[in-house]
Design a binder for this molecule. Structure first.
Ligand code: C2E
Ligand code: MG
Ligand code: MG
Ligand code: MG
Length: 280
């Protein structure tokens, strides 16, 4: 009896592994076609300055696959990195975002900026600084209107190759932000070694801000540390007025989250920006 049960389990696991492998190869196959079939798009989520004195947006990739439907970036970005497809995708997003931002930069009275996520694979396998220079030249976006979002693991790498690229990017006037700040395991010493301008506090610390004294202590400490290091702070995942109120009390420079707006299509962002301009 037990033997039979064991055999069933074994069959269950192998068929599950088979299903996983099948799903994975379907995802890979579909991903290879995503760029050629023009299945990718970019959405833009507003980032607002403390007193609405500045407005920006984060460019976020979206993929609607003909065969798989909508697939979230959390699912397809890691696979794209493994397959090296992130290089072509990363170039595409950067170009789209800068082209779009140039249009909005000219429409707003308040200083406007766009942030673009760049993965560590791009820094390892490509010269991101050359790419950025090309895209800025081709789109005409002023360099100070662009921020690249990088994660702590880019800096943890600590290679001369990456540092050289980051310095070249900074020398052009492009800003660098640490994304998901506080969730990595690297030492804080990178804050003085690298030419950074913004820290984005991960939404994990913002979620329970009104009810969790420890989160409040951490966020408050991050904001004062950042101020002393001449870094600006962006709080991610702001969903409630209560969270926003606390962040304003703590003097957080920028906020981003569903409370202001979901990530928007370019047309929707146009409307958002027009309303924002009226409010100024
Ligand atoms: P991220 O860069 O930390 O982006 C923030 C994520 O939080 C986005 O998820 C955004 O839609 C979501 N978000 C924004 N406001 C709220 C809120 O109030 N509440 C909650 N619960 N979530 C909120 P998304 O678009 O699914 O992207 C997930 C991750 O995928 C991004 O995290 C980023 O790491 C990666 N990603 C997205 N686009 C790109 C890209 O073009 N290149 C690279 N390398 N990575 C990308
Ligand atoms: Mg980001
Ligand atoms: Mg983030
Ligand atoms: Mg995140």
């Amino acid at each position: 009896k037990a033997k039979e049960h064991g055999r069933n389990c074994f069959q269950f696991y192998t068929s599950m592994m088979h299903e996983n492998a099948k799903a994975r190869s379907q995802l890979e196959g579909a991903l290879h076609k995503a760029l050629i079939n023009e299945e990718l798009s970019v959405v833009y989520q507003p980032i607002l300055g403390k007193d609405n004195e500045r407005i920006g947006c984060e460019a976020l990739l979206r993929w609607h696959s003909e065969t798989l439907g909508d697939v979230s970036p959390g699912e397809f970005i890691p696979v794209s990195e493994e397959l090296g497809l992130i290089l072509a995708m990363g170039e595409w997003v950067l170009f789209q975002a800068c082209k779009q931002a140039k249009h909005w930069y000219e429409k707003t009275k308040t200083p406007f900026f766009v942030t673009v996520n760049v993965s560590s694979t791009q820094f390892k396998r490509q010269d991101v600084s050359t790419l950025v220079a090309t895209v800025l030249r081709e789109t005409g976006l002023p360099s100070h209107a662009l921020t690249l979002e990088i994660t702590e693991n880019v800096l943890a790498d600590n290679s001369e190759r990456i540092l050289t690229q980051l310095r070249a990017i900074r020398d052009m006037g492009v800003e660098l932000a640490i994304d998901d700040f506080g969730t990595g395991y690297s030492s804080l010493s990178y804050l003085k070694r690298f030419p950074l301008s913004k820290l984005k506090i991960d939404q994990e610390f913002i979620r329970d801000l009104p009810h969790d004294a420890e989160d409040r202590a951490l966020v408050s400490a991050i904001i004062s540390m950042a101020a002393n290091l001449n870094l600006q702070v962006v709080a991610e995942g702001v969903e409630t007025a209560e969270q926003l109120g606390l962040l304003k009390q703590l003097d957080c420079d920028f906020t981003q989250g569903y409370l202001h707006a979901q990530p928007l299509s370019p047309d929707e962002f146009d409307v958002y920006l027009a309303r924002f301009n009226e409010g100024c």
